[in-house]
Design a protein around this ligand. Structure first.
Ligand code: CBF
Length: 832
């Protein structure tokens, strides 16, 4: 199954500098050396983790030449460095990806085997760094891969959370969260740079003084100072000889021990400072919870933004003393509003700490920063209570006020007398409490604003940022998301990668438009049968994992219908459930019904404080319990909740899907990236015209995509005209039957109250129009069933999906950012 990896790795190894020691013998020696010198273990006593650590260190050593050469680039005045500021990087395990990208897979596998071990066991040992919630963080990780692959000097800046996204357990059908102790056995990939550390001030007040020359000096007297220490992780580009840099900040006490307190006999107080300071980077906040009011989260955002900007200024000053030219050294992308304090912090650093005038500082701030918006959901648009903001960042609030004063002057000049517009565009919300609006701050302080799919960008321009678009349309552009084919095909689906490379060569890995050449194989029966063989093997692997983790035996011959993503009402896992319940009833009513066997697989985490999402997980598991145990539907329907969906599990799940569920209410999903991973692995999509689904359908062809539901305009119109979900319930007996079954207690051991909140929500509110789309979804699912019965035709569609997904490589997205936003030249591919 690892043949592609093998072919590609081998060809690369041949082109390698022999001094770097990537041969099997050298790798074997290096692993044993690290076992001895780094892990201090005898081979006979070494645990699997010891071997994993030894191998990883050996691999990392071999990445260092390229890394050091790449870091050297940062001093080259001619090269602009892309700085990707993101509170989240959902990287996934490093080892396999690094072996693929550097071309060391074969050597590592053979070396490990010569030591009596199996590479796959060591790969499984790695705890993935789950430093992100989902789409936005995973996108950042794909972009780092592409930046390094395209040889663009880049730094990803973020937070080294001690605990990443929680691990999800399922107990009695409910989600239970446990701490993600990803660092407990050590992290061989990072290097702590104790000497790269910055102080970050918080709290206190400001004072204004006049210096001897009568100039005004503003002094911020904080109550607290924290130190941020850099931890660097190399990011290997695919065969590019470039290694990108991920620099994550860990908070520490400036002094880790308070000797005054200790001498006064207060032992515990002596370490208090350390504990409080370290708490800043302790834990990743799970999203989907109202961001308002969490002081620690604001502190996290400020902390990482300040460390990162101070670091960039240090690097810039190595090149040039002129901070007016900062924008020639760095292009800074703000990944959503989480880093949007960069606007105020860069102004503060330039004006207060480096003595630039306001206008010069503003010019350079605006031309350096750019902002990506990732959501239209009002509850996810960050705003901070003014008082909380003032308490933590008194100087920044003054700067925000000054930016706002100047900006609102511009607005008044452009739209005289339009008070409502002024109120909407102000950086400060003043209705129902005062808040600092982070999307407005990011928009005002950036030279470019982008959405993440065509539809999303259009809606952004029409709704959330409409005023900003009308005033400065030239700032807006779209960059549709993409995913890296290295992790999401080559690493996770080696069988498919091998088949593709055997047929059209290996270039598709960095030139995915070449996948189009697969189209002519779509009429070749032997190719189609090999294609099915790959899918079947992936399904068997997933079935085995499902059995191991949930105890449910599923049939790999059945249609694998998969919805994996965060659990959220707008993503409509409950609509999927309504379909399952309808099929269940249909089979029970008519055992002869022509319904091909299906396995419904769900996965995803719910934010710990999001009650309705957690209830949906419980309902999925409760339906699974009843359906899977019912002999009348045995062999025809199975329902599974795959626990702890993360990158590692995603690598197993996406390649095994027949059908990808992308069923959000149109206009609500900014882009989606899971939709791309599924389709790139040969799944067909059932979806609404939402986010990037629209573009996926355009690319793969409407005949190869199962479309249903209201479009964004119809959604808005229905809401405007007054939506009454109860009417759909009344008028559609199958829908009624499904909902009544839930409310009857059938899935809750007779406890009719358990799912009542969900049922009530659907019947009396249904904000995301599940009931309005139910019938259309059902009819579409019937088309899916019909198509799946014609296996040959299904395979043709599957091939065509993969062949036409080239657009959704993150390499294309990064090229677009380079051209449209960062003004960074695209370098020719590295000659392999
Ligand atoms: O753009 C990346 C992804 O970001 C989100 O996950 C987000 O956190 N706002 C969106 O929900 C996705 O649609 C989007 O693909």
């Amino acid at each position: 199954a690892n043949n592609t990896v093998k072919t590609a790795a081998s060809s690369h190894t041949q082109g390698h500098d022999p001094r770097r020691g990537v041969g099997t013998a050298a790798m074997n020696r290096a692993i044993l050396d690290h076992l001895h010198f780094t892990m201090a273990r005898l081979p006979a006593l070494a645990s699997r983790n010891d071997w994993y650590m030894a191998l990883s260190h050996a691999v990392r050593d071999r990445m260092l030449d390229d890394w050091l050469a790449s870091l050297h680039h940062f001093r080259n005045k001619e090269l602009k460095v892309v700085s990707y500021l993101s509170a989240e990087f959902l990287l996934g395990p490093h080892l396999g990806n690094n072996l693929i990208n550097t071309g060391m897979w074969d050597a590592a596998r053979d070396a490990v085997e010569s030591l009596g071990l199996r590479l796959e066991d060591l790969l499984r040992q790695e705890e993935e760094p789950g430093l992100g919630n989902g789409g936005l963080g995973r996108l950042a990780a794909c972009y780092l891969d592409s930046l390094a692959t395209l040889r663009i000097p880049s730094i990803g800046y973020g937070i080294r959370y001690e605990f990443g996204i929680f691990d999800q357990l399922i107990r009695d059908g409910w989600q239970v969260e446990t701490a993600d102790k990803w660092l407990k056995f050590g992290n061989p990939w990072e290097i702590c740079r104790s000497e790269i550390a910055y102080e970050v001030k918080m709290g206190g007040h400001t004072e204004y003084h006049h210096d001897a020359d009568g100039r005004l000096a503003i002094v911020w007297l904080p109550v607290k100072v924290i130190k941020g220490v850099a931890y660097d992780t190399p990011i290997a580009g695919y065969r590019s000889r470039i290694t990108g840099l991920l620099r994550l900040w860990k908070s520490e006490a400036v002094e880790s021990f308070n000797f005054q307190a200790f001498n006064a006999g207060e032992y515990y107080h002596a370490v208090d400072e350390k504990v409080v300071s370290e708490s800043i980077t302790k834990v990743l906040y799970p999203n989907d919870e109202p961001g308002v009011g969490k002081l620690l989260r604001l502190a996290q955002q400020y902390f990482f933004v300040s460390c990162s900007l101070q670091d960039m200024i240090r690097v810039h000053l190595l090149r040039s003393p002129r901070l007016e030219e900062f924008d020639q050294t760095f292009a800074v992308q703000m990944n959503d509003t989480h880093p949007s304090l960069a606007v105020a912090e860069l102004m503060r650093l330039l004006v207060d700490e480096h003595g630039l005038g306001w206008d010069a500082a503003w010019k350079v701030t605006r031309s350096t920063l750019a902002y990506t918006n990732h959501t239209l959901l009002p509850e996810a648009l960050e705003k901070w209570p003014l008082q909380l903001f003032a308490n933590l960042l008194p100087r920044h609030l003054e700067i925000v006020y000054e930016i706002n004063r100047r900006f609102l002057d511009e607005v008044s000049r452009a739209y005289p007398g339009d008070q409502a517009r002024l109120a909407r565009m102000s950086l400060i919300e003043e209705t129902g409490g005062k808040f600092v609006r982070m999307a407005n701050l990011a928009s005002v302080g950036s030279h470019a604003i982008n959405g993440v799919a065509h539809l999303h960008t259009e809606l952004l321009k029409e709704t959330v940022l409409a005023d900003f678009y009308q005033m400065t349309p030239e700032k807006f552009c779209n960059v549709t998301n993409g995913v890296t084919p290295r992790r999401w095909v080559l690493l996770s689906n080696p069988g498919l990668a091998w088949l593709i490379s055997e047929s059209i060569g290996e270039e598709w890995v960095t030139a995915p438009e070449k996948l189009r050449e697969l189209e002519c194989f779509a009429s070749d029966p032997s190719f189609l049968s090999a294609w099915r063989g790959v899918k079947d093997a992936n399904k068997r692997a997933l079935a085995a994992a499902i059995l191991e983790r949930t105890g449910v035996a599923v049939d790999p011959e059945s249609l694998f219908d998969i919805q994996v993503k965060r659990i959220h009402e707008y993503k409509r896992q409950h609509l999927n459930l309504l379909h399952i319940l309808t099929l269940y009833h249909r089979i029970k009513r008519d055992p002869g019904a022509q319904i091909p066997p299906r396995t419904f697989i769900f996965g995803g985490k719910a934010a710990p404080g999001y009650f309705m999402a957690k209830l949906i997980i419980k309902l999925i598991n409760s339906v699974a319990e009843v359906v899977n145990a019912d002999p009348e539907v045995a062999g025809r329907l199975k329902v599974v909740f795959f626990p702890d969906f993360n990158v590692t599990n995603g690598q197993l799940i996406y390649p095994a899907a027949d059908l990808s569920e992308q069923i959000s209410t149109s206009g609500k999903e900014a882009s989606g990236t899971g939709n791309m991973k599924f389709s790139l692995n040969g799944a067909l999509t059932i979806g609404t015209l939402d986010g990037a689904n629209v573009e996926i359908r355009e690319e793969v062809g409407e005949e190869n995509f199962f479309l249903f539901g209201l479009n964004a305009t119809e959604v808005q119109a229905l809401k405007k005209s007054g939506y009454h979900p109860g009417r759909f319930y009344e008028e559609d007996w199958e829908l009624r039957e499904a909902i009544d079954a839930v409310r009857s207690g059938l899935f809750s051991h007779g406890d009719a109250g358990l799912f009542q909140p969900l049922v009530d929500h659907l019947l009396y509110d249904d904000e995301y129009l599940a009931l309005a789309d139910y019938r259309s979804y059902l009819e579409c699912q019937e088309r899916v069933s019909t198509a799946f019965r014609q296996r040959e035709l299904w395979s043709v569609k599957s091939v065509l999906n993969v062949a036409r997904m080239g657009k959704f490589s993150s390499d294309r997205s990064i090229r677009e950012y380079c051209e449209k936003i960062w003004k960074v030249p695209i370098r020719p591919p590295f000659p392999h």
